[in-house]
Design a protein around this ligand. Structure first.
Ligand SMILES: Cc1cc2nc3c(=O)[nH]c(=O)nc-3n(C[C@H](O)[C@H](O)[C@H](O)COP(=O)(O)O)c2cc1C
Length: 173
């Protein structure tokens, strides 16, 4: 593969097994910068990011999120939050797409830095939204879209090629 950026995109996988080692603050800052580099409707950027590194908080999230049990060995987590009130016209409609674009950038940046990460769903499950808000002291107008556990990968996951020719239509359906 001769293009570094494409190689990162093609080889990213969800990582759910971590060594338990910490993630450097410097790496987290790079990952957050990648998140904020995402496109958003009319460039409103209706997002906020809660970065969690304290073991106690990671464990609290782990306990409350049924599909995020890998948090027990993650070195950090980023909670991607929607801030729909940033703009009355656009962000109310588009915040999920905007925050999803930011999330993918975060996943790619983590992978580019040799770390592992996985999108774990919070929104639209009301109970999970309530629990994450409570643990992280979030106001009601901020919506946690997901929790992204990040850590040093344990072992080397296989790269799976998901390219499917049949998903492509040229010119017409
Ligand atoms: C909206 C969304 C929600 C997801 N929620 C979870 C989750 O709660 N827990 C989890 O382990 N993985 C979750 N995933 C990760 C998917 O399972 C994963 O992306 C998919 O199996 C494809 O594997 P890959 O990411 O390795 O290509 C989620 C992914 C998306 C896009």
């Amino acid at each position: 593969m001769d293009n570094e950026a494409l190689n990162v995109i093609y080889t990213r996988r969800s990582v759910r097994s971590f060594t338990g080692d910490a993630v450097a603050r410097e790496d987290l800052m790079k990952i957050l910068r990648a998140g904020m580099s995402a496109p958003s409707a009319v460039n409103i950027q209706p997002w906020a990011f809660i970065t969690v590194t304290k073991r106690e908080t990671l464990d609290g999230l782990c306990e409350r999120l049924p599909y995020a049990k890998m948090l027990d060995k993650a070195g950090a987590a980023i909670v991607v939050c929607g801030v729909p009130d940033k703009d009355a016209v656009y962000s109310g409609k588009y915040w999920v797409m905007d925050c999803s674009a930011a999330t993918e950038n975060i996943l790619l940046a983590a992978h580019a830095l040799g770390l592992g990460a996985v999108w774990t769903a919070v929104y639209v499950d009301e109970e999970r939204v309530r629990n994450v808000r409570k643990i992280l002291n979030m106001p009601d107008n901020i919506i946690p879209l997901n929790v992204i556990p990040i850590g040093v990968p344990k072992g080397k996951g296989a790269v799976i090629d998901k390219f499917r020719e049949e998903n492509i239509h040229w010119e017409i359906w």
